[in-house]
Design a protein around this ligand. Structure first.
Ligand SMILES: Nc1ncnc2c1ncn2[C@@H]1O[C@H](COP(=O)(O)OP(=O)(O)O)[C@@H](O)[C@H]1O
Ligand SMILES: [Mg+2]
Length: 252
């Protein structure tokens, strides 16, 4: 197991957004999480990746308890996430956006100027090459020098993926990677995820787009109003009457 969440609960004030959810992710697994709006999926990601401290429960990553660690500390260990609404720097180019997401020994996530010591210049050069390699892989090389504000919704999702790849992750949490993305790019993103998975990266994918999720996920979890409603083989889970009911009248 690369990741285990045990009995995780998250509150916003008195409201329980995630209620005693446990899940485990295999070393090279792709796990899907579905569920209607407000089910608590993004909050669960925040608890796993560190943006939110759970009110109860434990997150274990690669054998270590990371429940109290900051997001950058988890990222350093190889646990990263994307956000439902992409968080690109709009006035930076695509390449600069990836550079800004790279590890920074002098202060995580701080974009250092391209000046300074020879050691820093070497590091910047290595980061730049890494960013170019990732842009090549994601078919984004032709928009390398375009400001991120000018990208399509799907391209922004790809940049979001590119940014987390800068951390050399072992596990990536994708929050609705297909929302607002055209069908051609959905296929492309799926194929990137499968390629990365074949290279040993584990994924959890939150998605409303159940068809795309079914093609990716080896196992599926459905959440509903904070609880884990069902989990198992994707088709079996989608056929579960309780899941059908939660989705109000059928999904698959
Ligand atoms: N920052 C917040 N403050 C208060 N309530 C929140 C906050 N974020 C989410 N919620 C509430 O928590 C519940 C779960 O939200 P979320 O995790 O975003 O669900 P999902 O991603 O499944 O749509 C929703 O009822 C939402 O309104
Ligand atoms: Mg969400």
């Amino acid at each position: 197991m690369i990741l285990e969440a045990s009995h995780v609960s998250c509150r916003y004030g008195g409201f329980i957004a995630v209620d005693d959810v446990s899940l485990a992710l295999g070393d090279a697994e792709i796990l899907g999480i579905a569920g209607t709006n407000g089910a608590g999926k993004s909050t669960l990601f925040a608890a796993i990746a560190g943006q939110q401290t759970p009110s109860a429960g434990r997150i274990v990553f690669a054998g270590d308890d990371v429940t109290q660690l900051a997001p950058y500390q988890r990222a350093r260990r190889g646990l990263v996430r994307t956000f439902q609404v992409p968080r690109e720097f709009k006035s930076l180019t695509v390449h600069e956006n990836l550079m800004a997401a790279g590890p920074n020994p002098e202060g995580e996530q701080l974009f250092s100027a391209l000046v300074g010591t020879p050691a820093r210049r070497r590091r910047e050069r290595a980061l730049s090459e890494q960013a170019d390699g990732i842009l090549e892989f994601l078919n984004l090389a032709r928009v390398r020098d375009i400001e991120a504000r000018n990208l399509s919704g799907g391209q922004k999702k790809l940049v979001e993926l590119g940014r987390v790849l800068m951390r050399d992750p072992r596990c990536i949490l994708l929050d609705e990677p297909f929302a607002g993305v055209n069908p051609v790019l959905i296929d492309e993103i799926c194929s990137h995820v499968l390629t990365l998975n074949a290279r040993g990266i584990a994924f959890i994918v939150i998605e409303h787009h159940l068809q795309a999720l079914k093609t990716l996920a080896m196992r599926l979890i459905v959440m509903d109003r904070g609880i884990l409603l069902a989990q198992g083989d994707p088709q079996e889970v989608l056929d579960d009457p309780r899941v059908q009911e939660a989705y109000m009248g059928g999904v698959a």
